[in-house]
Design a protein around this ligand. Sequence first.
Ligand code: NAI
Length: 412
Amino acid sequence: MPHVHTGAQPAVKVAVLGAGGGIGQTLSLLLKTGLAPASVAQQRRVHIALYDVNRDAVAGAATDLSHIDTPVSVSWHAPEPAGGADPLADPLQACLAGAQLVVIPAGVPRKPGMTRDDLFNINAQIVRTLADGIARHCDLARVFVLLISNPVNSLVPVLVETLTQRCRADAALAAQIPRRVFGLTQLDAVRASSFLHQALDCEPSETAVVPVVGGHSGNTILPLFSQARLEPARGSGAAAESRTESAAGAKTGSKIGAKISAKLGSSILNDTAGMMPTLDPGVRQRLVHRVQFGGDEVVRAKNGAGSATLSMAYAGAQVACKFAEMLLGARNEVRDTLYAKVSGHAAVDAITEHVGYFSVPLTITAAQGAAEADTRLLEQMDTYEREQLWPACLAELRESVDRGLEWAHARG
Ligand code: NAI
């Protein structure tokens, strides 16, 4: 098996599918450097298994990463070239066997002239193929799957449905699948935080925390600036935790009112004592639009050669590291805002009008998966969010979810 492997049997194996691509390579670097045992748990080992259909890209990335002096071992897996030594070897099996966390950035990024349907049709087939591999080679009762490939809104339903179909003979196991499969929407919260920070011209010592719910494209992205707040910056890992706490509604904003008043002066409305001030409608609309369509800025800047990779890898690694830490026993649970099937969470399902999939704050444990979903952010939306943003979010998301479900059911 082609691999670069240092160290003994790993305690936690993380598989990255599509590891040779723009996101996959950087994400793998952040896992190799961010999952060093000293930072997550003592005496436990971590192994990252990289898979890609682009053999040279994944072999090169893994070999390169193996020279980094962190005690995280690395292996690489790719289909044999035509006429290769072992045409029967299954590199996907070698990558996935024993993996407890699978992260999927495999797929085609958005290119100019490509419709959303084009992107969906190509990536849905890729996700289905990888889902088949996960169903065959992973323990579905234990594994967590994090999907990055776009369009997330439609592909998470494809992934969940395909995995569920593959284990439908075991109803109890099939019921667990939606609690262990998530789409990564974290980049939207990272962008919202950056853009508010820039708009307020914050100090480097401060982090702007903006909860974002909904889906992961255009109008389905719902940044809740009404529930934003400023916090002391505590490094990137702490910033991620801070976003989670915000998303779970655990803290109330405080300093942000004074800060926004100072920076934007007369543009502040509703600055009632003790309440979150409301941004001037024009300022807020521009911020919301920038978060919803922030990906386009990167596509334009790359002149069509690809979409966001570095910021996505940063956002994805934050989430993946938290899951790995939980699997290592270094944390009891993961609390994060993730895109998931919410029909099992009755309160969310009712508020989201049975759209089926939605990104909300979840509490996830290793044994139970998504054990709880928090609806407080949705209940506390202000009038602008509820009346202007919410209807468009739900309508567009329903279409995307249905597209994924129809595609998966047609191939069941
Ligand atoms: P890329 O083209 O640089 O990398 C994709 C990799 O997937 C390539 O190395 C390719 O060989 C590999 N691949 C294709 N089919 C495969 C298969 N069947 N099995 C294994 N690997 C396979 O693309 P990039 O920029 O890394 O983007 C990856 C995906 O992430 C795209 O769908 C993109 O739209 C999405 N994305 C998601 C974001 C999010 O916030 N969730 C943000 C930005 C991008």
